[in-house]
Design a protein around this ligand. Structure first.
Ligand code: HEC
Ligand code: HEC
Length: 342
């Protein structure tokens, strides 16, 4: 009877920890943010609406307390977030014509060749890197990615927006050391049809399938390295040399080998989808991946970061077999001992 009581206490404590304490601690350590949203126009609209609502509430509060100083600062803050809201909404509205236009890949090829290959390689189409990574980084701050896969990594909506205005599309308000908001020039001077043509071309040349590693390489490796991962999988250095990118972004992008362990799935999913949700004002751009590509990146971080996973999974059945054999021996041994006693 006593054993049963002890067992009941142990089970109860375990369940409380599992369903009560752990989720509570988790919610306290990771404040809730909006889940990942791959419709960036809608996501930006919602986040600026939220900021306006919060700023209005702060102003109401200041008015209630009749605190002149606070009323003034809250009024200024509200004006600011309203201006940001208008800029964002106007921006996404201005992209709509390119999104609605039906792109012509042949016309797009000529435009991409003329406008983009001065900085970007498209190796699959015979456009090599214009210069080595270090020189490109010295020239632009960040080594430009190869564009062969852009049509797969990014949606039509995001690509149209990004080509139009890279800083607004990637939601960075951060200014780089040269005072610019983004290393790539925007093409808002082009016709919506021309932008649609370029997007159609990028989509037409993109591979249908990519490995998780290839997605990481094209989307993240220009800034991030993976150096402390499974040596069998090989390590990767960031394309942009550390000094350049640190100078340019004001901060060295961290090595991502172990991030899956330190941050976990949920954090990574919302962070990569929009870094501003977790680190307001951060230099990391919203890379703008589609849901599928982002899932591949996170899986890749898991593959390289949690290298003992396969080992652990292999060990499980072995351990069970060991337990069974051990139990049989214990049972036989017990039997023989009791025989001697009787
Ligand atoms: C002056 C050089 C330059 C030119 C010209 C240029 N780019 Fe870029 N582009 C860059 C750099 C640098 C980056 C990397 C920026 C970063 O990651 O902060 C980049 C990034 C990109 C990305 C990645 C988007 C993302 O969300 O990460 C795409 C797609 C892209 N460029 C498309 C184009 C297209 C299409 C053109 C032609 C219409 C073009 N670029 C012209 C320099 C350039
Ligand atoms: C143009 C450069 C650039 C690109 C491209 C980029 N990052 Fe980053 N990333 C940064 C910088 C800079 C930081 C440091 C941000 C900070 O601490 O404010 C960062 C930070 C991070 C962090 C750490 C977040 C934290 O909580 O500390 C993660 C995770 C991350 N990036 C993942 C990615 C992934 C995955 C990709 C590809 C989809 C990617 N990044 C693409 C520049 C970049």
């Amino acid at each position: 009877m006593r054993e049963l009581k002890i067992l009941a206490v142990v089970v109860a404590l375990t369940l409380i920890t599992y369903w009560g304490v752990e989720p509570f601690a988790h919610s306290q350590m990771h404040p809730h943010v909006h889940p990942a949203d791959y419709n960036f126009a809608k996501a930006d609209k919602e986040s600026s609406e939220k900021s306006v609502k919060e700023a209005s509430a702060a102003l109401d509060e200041a008015n209630k307390n009749k605190d002149a100083k606070k009323i003034h600062s809250a009024t200024v803050a509200l004006e600011e977030v309203k201006a940001v809201e208008k800029t964002k909404n106007d921006f996404w509205a201005s992209i709509q014509p390119s999104i609605d236009a039906k792109g012509n890949a042949v016309a797009g090829e000529a435009l991409v060749t003329a406008n983009c290959t001065a900085c970007h390689s498209i190796k699959s189409k015979g456009f090599p890197e214009v210069m080595d990574h270090a020189s490109a980084a010295a020239a632009y701050g960040v080594t430009p990615p190869d564009l062969g896969s852009a049509g797969k990594l990014y949606s039509k909506e995001y690509l149209s927006a990004f080509i139009n205005d890279p800083a607004k599309a990637s939601d960075v308000s951060h200014k780089f050391v040269d005072g610019r908001a983004h290393p790539m020039p925007g093409y808002s001077w082009m016709q919506p049809q021309e932008i649609a043509d370029m997007v159609a071309y990028l989509q037409s040349i993109a591979p249908k399938e990519m490995s998780n590693k290839e997605v990481f390489t094209d989307a993240c490796q220009r800034c991030h390295s993976i150096k402390y991962a499974d040596m069998k999988k090989g390590t990767m250095a960031a394309f942009t040399p550390n000094d350049n990118i640190k100078d340019y972004m004001g901060k060295l992008p961290p090595d991502l080998s172990q991030y899956i362990k330190s941050r976990g799935h949920e954090y990574l999913e919302t962070f990569i989808n929009n870094p501003q949700k977790h680190l307001e004002g951060t230099a990391m751009p919203r890379v703008g991946l589609t849901e599928e590509s982002q899932a591949q990146v996170v899986t890749y971080l898991e593959e390289v970061g949690d290298t003992s996973k396969a080992q652990r999974e292999e060990l499980g059945p072995k351990f069970l077999i060991y337990m069974v054999i051990f139990a049989i021996f214990a049972f036989l041994w017990k039997g023989s001992k009791w025989r001697e006693v009787h």
